[in-house]
Design a protein around this ligand. Structure first.
Ligand SMILES: [Zn+2]
Length: 265
């Protein structure tokens, strides 16, 4: 049984991520839990996919930290991820790794796992690299409406291409790591499901995600209950329970549903 090795690898990675400030304490504990299940039940192929997401998204957040400083207050959390973000990004993937334990000879747990990671990877790449777009983004629900950079629900050409690349990286790895006869289909399904998940994330950001307003800065923000400046924020739109973590969770879930539907067509 590889579970003890999975546990050790998860501890090691959570510790490194904690020491390098990619995860805070609660995030490191959550990563130990999800990592143990994914590495311990799935094995090395599953570990590679999870680490590809984790390492590239942490590196991108780090690389673009400076550039985003002005926008940072729009995002409710800094680049040190907590348990909510770990479960938001990795919860669905963990469930599919656990399902692999019960259905070890079936393809669909791997497909669901890969699609969930492709979606959150696409979302992270799109968010981080989208700031490189020379022009301000447009609302996904109304492409004629130009919005400020960092606005939830805003999309741009570079951001969308970055999402596609982030999904494709996971899709290509998912195809090569699984010993199947039809790896091209796996690659295409996972890539498109990942892109769909990231677009769904933007759609939620534009419509029902909880949004707040800081009266001092006169700015829209995801922060609640207190803004970076110390002022209590006021709820202006969206469902109060649907914070950024649940939006990420929905992004992964949407990717999974798309992948599982297209795989049986
Ligand atoms: Zn403020």
């Amino acid at each position: 049984m590889q579970l003890p090795f999975g546990f050790l690898l998860a501890i090691l990675i959570a510790y490194i991520a904690f020491r390098t400030h990619s995860l805070n304490k609660s995030g490191a504990l959550a990563a130990m839990f999800t990592g143990t299940i994914i590495f311990g039940i799935g094995g090395w192929q599953w570990a590679i996919l999870l680490l590809t997401f984790f390492i590239t998204s942490s590196a991108l957040s780090r690389a673009f930290k400076k550039r985003k400083q002005g926008l940072d207050e729009k995002f409710s959390k800094g680049h040190e991820r907590d348990s909510g973000q770990v479960f938001g990004n990795g919860g669905i993937a963990t469930i599919f790794a656990a399902l692999h334990f019960f259905f070890p000879n079936e393809l669909w747990p791997w497909l669901g796992f890969a699609a969930a990671l492709a979606a959150v990877n696409a979302d992270t790449w799109g968010t981080e690299l989208g700031v490189l777009n020379p022009n301000p983004p447009r609302m996904i629900t109304n492409l004629t409406k130009v919005v400020e950079k960092g606005t939830s629900g805003g999309i741009s050409l570079i951001g969308t291409l970055a999402s596609l690349a982030g999904a494709a990286l996971i899709g290509i790895l998912a195809a090569f790591l699984y010993p199947a006869t039809d790896s091209i289909s796996i690659g295409i399904i996972v890539t498109l499901a990942g892109l769909a998940g990231a677009l769904f994330d933007s759609f939620l950001g534009a419509t029902v995600q909880a949004m707040y307003y800081c009266p001092t800065d006169k700015k829209e923000t995801e922060k609640y209950p207190i803004h970076t400046c110390g002022t209590p924020t006021v709820h202006i739109r969206g469902w109060k329970w649907l914070d950024n973590d649940w939006v990420n969770f929905s992004c992964g879930t949407f990717g999974v549903v798309m992948a599982l539907i297209t795989s049986v067509l």
